[in-house]
Design a protein around this ligand. Structure first.
Ligand SMILES: Nc1nc2c(ncn2[C@@H]2O[C@H](COP(=O)(O)OP(=O)(O)O)[C@@H](O)[C@H]2O)c(=O)[nH]1
Ligand SMILES: [Mg+2]
Length: 654
C-alpha cells in the first residue's frame, strides 16, 4: 500500500534535513582543506538555499461550497480534532487564503484589506509590506481561538455600486457576473483581499503551503491567482460536488483558471466530493458504488479527463472518521485514496525533481573541488621531476636551476597581464548579457504592454499585444544565448591556449541553458491568454485592471529572469574562480620550488628529504580526493528513508 501525502511529505522533510546537515559538514571539510573557492562556495550556498527554502504548494480550487475548506481540514488538520478552516453552507471563504509557516513571524493570521485593490501594486508586492496587513496573533494551543480567528476570512462589507465597480466586483457590461444588489442598493464584497495564515503545523514547517480559494467570482477578480499562484502550485486539487454534478460555473473555473499541461497531468487532481450524499440505506453498497462510478465517469467526460483521474471522496465523513478514530467510516469516505494520490503523484514527482536537481549540483561541485586537487597534484609531480633531476648534480647545476625558475616566474608574470586582458573582454560581453536580462529591459516591455492593453477596444487585440511583447522577450533571451555562446567559445579557446602554454587544467564550465526560460515564458503567456481569452477580457475596460495585470506579470517574469541571471552568474564565477585558483597555485608553486632549491643549497642531504616530503604530500592528496568522492557520494545517495529504517550514521569529518 502506498503512503499518504502527509507521510510522504514528512519523509521528504527528514531527507531534506539530513541532506542539509551533510552539506554543512561537507562545506566545513572543504574549508578545512582549502578547497573552497568562490565557485564552490556559491554552489554550496545555492544547494543549501534550494533545500531550505523548498516549498510545495497545493492549491484547492473550486466554486464555493464544493468542500475545499472541509477537505483541507480533513487532510491536514484532523489532528486538531476539530474543524480549523471555517466550512459551512454558503460562502464561507471569501478571500484566497494561504497557509504556511515562516519562523520569522509569530503564529498569526494576516489580512490584506480589499481596498488595496484601488492601488496598482501586485499582490506579491503587498507581501513585502507587512505593515499594510491586519495581524491577529494565534494561539496554536487553543483550537477554539484558532477557528474563531480563521472566521475572519469569511468577513464581508457592503459597499455602493460605484465602490464595488472600483474594487473590481461590478461590471456594467457583464451583468451576469455581478453580485446580487441588496434592497438597500448595496453590494456585498469580501472585506479582505488575501489572507496569510502562519502556524507551526508539522507539515507547514517543512515547507508545505496550502492555498484555499473562494469561488469563481473572487478568483476572476484577482488575476494573480490565475496567472501566478495557481500555475506555480505543485498540485492543484479541483473539486466538484456529487450533489450538484458539473455545473456551468464549475466548468468556467476549469476552463478559465486551470491550465491542463499535458506533461503535468499528475499535478492536477479532480475530486468528486460529498459522495456521502449518495449513501442510501435502501441501496446495497454495490449499487451505491456503481452510482458513484457513474458520476465519476460523467464528470471525467465533461472535463475531458480519463476516468481514473477523478477521485470520489467524502471530506466531511473523512474528517469525522479521523476525529473519532472510526476506521470503517474512514474507509467509506475514500479519503485515503485521495491522500495516496497526492502523496505519490505530487510528492513523488516533486522529490524526483528536487533530487535530480541536487544531484546535478553536487556533480558540478565535485568537479570544481576536484579540479583544485588536480592542480596541486600536477604541481607536486612537476616538483618531483625537477628534484629527481637534481640528484647527484653539483652546486652550479643547482644554481642554474634556481635562475631558470626565476626566469620562468618573470615570464609568467608578463603572461598574467594577457590573462587580464582576456578577462576584461569576457566581462564586457557579460555586461551585454546582464543588460538583455536586466530589470530595465523588462520594465520597458511591461510599459509597452500596459499601453497596448489600455487602448480602447483592445478586447480583440489582446492576443496580439501579448504575442508582440513575448516575441520580443523571447528574442531577448535568444540574443543573450547568442552572447553566452560567444563567451563560451572565447573561454574554451583561451583556456585551451593557457593550458597548452602553462600546463593549466582549465575547463570552461557548462554554458547556461537559456532555452529553458523560453519555455517558462511560453507558460506565463499561456496563463495570461487563458485568463483573458475566455471570459475576463471585459475587465480590461477598467484601465487600472490592465495595470494590475501587467504588474502581476512583471513580478512573475522577474522571478524567471532572476533565475536566468543567477545561472549566468554562477557560470561566470566558476570560470573566474578557476582562473584565479590556477594563477594563485602557480605563484605558490614558484615560491615552493625556489624554497626547495634554497634548502638543498644549504644542506646537501636536503634533496632526499624533500623528495620524501613530496611523496607524502601526493599520498595525502590521493586520500583527500577519495574523501571528496565519498562525501559527495553520500549527498547524492542520501536514502529517502521510509520512516522506519534508522537513518544511516552521519559521516565522519576526519
Ligand atoms: N455531505 C457533505 N457535505 C460536505 C462535504 N464536504 C463539505 N460539505 C459541506 O459543504 C459546505 C461547504 O463546504 P466548504 O468546505 O465550506 O466549501 P468551500 O466553499 O468549497 O470551502 C459545508 O456545509 C460543508 O459542511 C462532504 O463530504 N459531504
Ligand atoms: Mg472555503
Amino acid at each position: 500500500m502506498g503512503t499518504s501525502f502527509n507521510e510522504q511529505f514528512d519523509q521528504h522533510g527528514t531527507w531534506r534535513r539530513e541532506f542539509a546537515l551533510r552539506l554543512k559538514l561537507l562545506a566545513q571539510w572543504l574549508k578545512d582543506h582549502d578547497l573552497l573557492d568562490a565557485a564552490v562556495e556559491e554552489r554550496l550556498r545555492r544547494l543549501e538555499t534550494q533545500m531550505r527554502s523548498e516549498k510545495v504548494m497545493v492549491a484547492f480550487v473550486a466554486e464555493f461550497s464544493r468542500g475545499k475548506s472541509e477537505l483541507i481540514n480533513a487532510i491536514f488538520f484532523a489532528g486538531y480534532k476539530r474543524r480549523i478552516m471555517p466550512a459551512s453552507a454558503g460562502r464561507t471563504t471569501m478571500c484566497p487564503t494561504e497557509l504556511g509557516y515562516d519562523s520569522d513571524v509569530p503564529p498569526c493570521l494576516r489580512l490584506l484589506p480589499i481596498e488595496t485593490r484601488l492601488q496598482p501594486q501586485a499582490l506579491m508586492e503587498w507581501c513585502g509590506a507587512p505593515e499594510k496587513w491586519t495581524r491577529i496573533d494565534l494561539d496554536v494551543n487553543d483550537p477554539a481561538q484558532l477557528a474563531k480567528a480563521f472566521e475572519k476570512v469569511a468577513e464581508v462589507r457592503h459597499v455602493t455600486k460605484d465602490e464595488a465597480r472600483a474594487l473590481g466586483f461590478w461590471h456594467d457590461d457583464s451583468p451576469e457576473n455581478n453580485p446580487i444588489l441588496g434592497s438597500d442598493g448595496k453590494v456585498e464584497v469580501p472585506r479582505w483581499r488575501h489572507a496569510l495564515i502562519n502556524i507551526a503545523h508539522p507539515l507547514l514547517k517543512q515547507g508545505l503551503v496550502i492555498l484555499d480559494t473562494p469561488g469563481l467570482n473572487a478568483i476572476g477578480a484577482e488575476p494573480e491567482l490565475t496567472v501566478n499562484l495557481i500555475p506555480q502550485a505543485h498540485a492543484v486539487v479541483f473539486i466538484l460536488a456529487a450533489d450538484t454534478g458539473v455545473t456551468k460555473s464549475d466548468l468556467a473555473i476549469w476552463r478559465e483558471h486551470l491550465i491542463t499541461e499535458t506533461d503535468n497531468i499528475e499535478s492536477r487532481i479532480v475530486v468528486l466530493n460529498k459522495i456521502d450524499t449518495m449513501w442510501d440505506s435502501l441501496s446495497t453498497p454495490a449499487q451505491v458504488q456503481a452510482e458513484i462510478d457513474r458520476q465519476r465517469a460523467t464528470s471525467a467526460e465533461i472535463l475531458g479527463l480519463p476516468r481514473d483521474q477523478v477521485i470520489a471522496v467524502s471530506a466531511q465523513k473523512g474528517l469525522v472518521a479521523k476525529v473519532n478514530g472510526d476506521t470503517d467510516l474512514l474507509q467509506a469516505s475514500q479519503l485515503p485514496v485521495l491522500e495516496r494520490a497526492l502523496g505519490q503523484g505530487v510528492m513523488g514527482q516533486r522529490q524526483k525533481i528536487l533530487r535530480s536537481a541536487v544531484a546535478a549540483g553536487i556533480g558540478e561541485l565535485r568537479v570544481e573541488a576536484g579540479r583544485a586537487i588536480n592542480i596541486r597534484r600536477r604541481d607536486l609531480a612537476e616538483q618531483m621531476v625537477e628534484l629527481r633531476g637534481l640528484r647527484g648534480k653539483n652546486t652550479s647545476v643547482i644554481r642554474h636551476m634556481r635562475s631558470r625558475i626565476q626566469q620562468e616566474q618573470r615570464d609568467f608574470d608578463v603572461g598574467g597581464a594577457r590573462i587580464h586582458a582576456v578577462r576584461s573582454v569576457h566581462l564586457k560581453l557579460l555586461r551585454d548579457m546582464f543588460m538583455l536580462l536586466g530589470t530595465a529591459t523588462l520594465k520597458t516591455e511591461m510599459n509597452e504592454l500596459t499601453t497596448a492593453l489600455r487602448q480602447p477596444g483592445i478586447k480583440l487585440g489582446v492576443k496580439k499585444a501579448y504575442a508582440h511583447t513575448f516575441e520580443r522577450l523571447r528574442a531577448g533571451l535568444r540574443a543573450a544565448q547568442a552572447t553566452s555562446g560567444e563567451i563560451q567559445s572565447m573561454l574554451t579557446g583561451t583556456f585551451r591556449q593557457l593550458n597548452a602554454e602553462y600546463g593549466f587544467s582549465l575547463q570552461a564550465p557548462r554554458e547556461p541553458e537559456l532555452a529553458r526560460y523560453e519555455r517558462d515564458l511560453d507558460l506565463v503567456e499561456r496563463s495570461h491568454l487563458q485568463y483573458l481569452g475566455v471570459a475576463n477580457t471585459f475587465r480590461l475596460a477598467q484601465p487600472e485592471f490592465a495595470d494590475r495585470l501587467v504588474r502581476a506579470l512583471a513580478t512573475r517574469l522577474r522571478v524567471v529572469y532572476e533565475s536566468a541571471l543567477g545561472e549566468v552568474e554562477l557560470w561566470n564565477k566558476s570560470a573566474a574562480a578557476q582562473l584565479d585558483a590556477q594563477l594563485r597555485e602557480r605563484r605558490r608553486n614558484f615560491s615552493r620550488r625556489l624554497e626547495a632549491i634554497e634548502r638543498i643549497q644549504q644542506a646537501a642531504s636536503g634533496l632526499d628529504d624533500r623528495i620524501a616530503e613530496i611523496a607524502a604530500q601526493e599520498t595525502a592528496l590521493d586520500e583527500l580526493d577519495a574523501k571528496l568522492t565519498e562525501l559527495t557520494g553520500h549527498l547524492v545517495d542520501t536514502p529517502e528513508g521510509d520512516g522506519h529504517q534508522p537513518a544511516e550514521p552521519i559521516l565522519q569529518t576526519a
